[in-house]
Design a protein around this ligand. Structure first.
Ligand code: ASP
Ligand code: MG
Length: 274
């Protein structure tokens, strides 16, 4: 991040707005002096707002996120986790994909070279992928492999790869050339480890944001502070993504369950001890 001049910002933990997420979780909000606040699910909206400021063209935060997951059958979710969440002004989907590939290659090469002893102790052999990564279109793979396409591809592939164009939340930019397709991407680890990261180009135009929110039946009032910035035309055109830190460590170490790579794991459906 330093060598690419990506500036670190401090994380936002509570706010009236956070990522609504495209899957259902229990509410992690509370009232403070009558105001409804949320614990951050992802800093996505704040990353875009941060880039409104002069001199902030590329940012990242090591951002704690809370998602009270309902699915208790997964080995790659924690109720509390961290993302290395980054965002760039005026970047395209391709620019971010390129940045992520470089980042993965850099981290994997570093760990492979510097942590030989640890990898041997763990019985883990890491291979560094070559770029560009394979790219799969979500609709095409879903048609071929069915709803479990991500899991099946992750089990089949030998190296990290990308799945693009899936429908997520209102904030992922709709493809102006192909309406109904979205300018986003998931990076997926091989060997069955599954999703590493999600991200995309963001909507920044007021009309488009309203259209997308209405289509998803969202409460516009709840997001009024964000929508207001778009209405004033000062929301920048940005793109980014966020690596799950624990998922990255799980992949690097080859741990069976994500709970094995954190000190105080909070596993969906299990009693929280510490
Ligand atoms: N960090 C992601 C993004 O930038 C959002 C997520 O957590 O899914 O799009
Ligand atoms: Mg995701």
């Amino acid at each position: 991040m330093f060598s690419k001049e990506v500036r670190q910002i401090l994380p936002v933990i509570i706010s009236p707005i956070t990522d609504p997420l495209s899957h259902d979780v229990f509410d992690a909000g509370f009232l403070y002096f009558g105001q409804e606040l949320q614990l951050t699910k992802s800093m996505i909206l704040h990353k875009q707002i941060a880039l409104m400021h002069d001199g902030y063209d590329a940012i990242y935060a090591v951002s704690p996120c809370v998602r009270l997951e309902k699915d208790t059958t997964t080995s790659r979710h924690l109720l509390e986790f961290s993302q290395v969440d980054f965002e760039f002004k005026d970047y395209s989907k391709e620019d971010v994909m390129h940045f992520m590939e470089e980042l993965i290659v850099h981290v994997f090469s570093f760990v492979k070279d510097e942590c030989k002893y640890e990898l041997t102790e763990l019985g883990r052999s890491l291979s560094v992928p070559t770029t560009p990564f394979k790219v799969f279109d979500k609709d095409e793979v879903e048609e071929k492999l069915g709803i479990d396409y991500e899991k099946l591809l992750s089990e089949q592939e030998k190296h990290s790869f990308l799945i693009i164009s899936h429908e997520r939340e209102f904030y992922d930019k709709e493809d102006p050339v192909k309406p109904g397709k979205y300018l986003n991407y998931d990076l997926v680890y091989p060997e069955g480890f599954g999703e590493a990261l999600s991200g995309g180009e963001r909507e920044h135009e007021h009309e488009q944001i309203l259209k997308r929110m209405k289509r998803l039946g969202m409460d516009l009032e709840k997001y009024s502070s964000f929508v207001h910035l778009a209405e004033r035309g000062i929301l920048p055109k940005t793109a980014g993504a966020g690596f799950g830190v624990e998922r990255l460590v799980r992949y690097l170490t080859g741990a069976k369950h994500i709970k094995d790579v954190v000190l105080f794991p909070k596993v969906p459906g299990e009693k929280v001890v510490l």
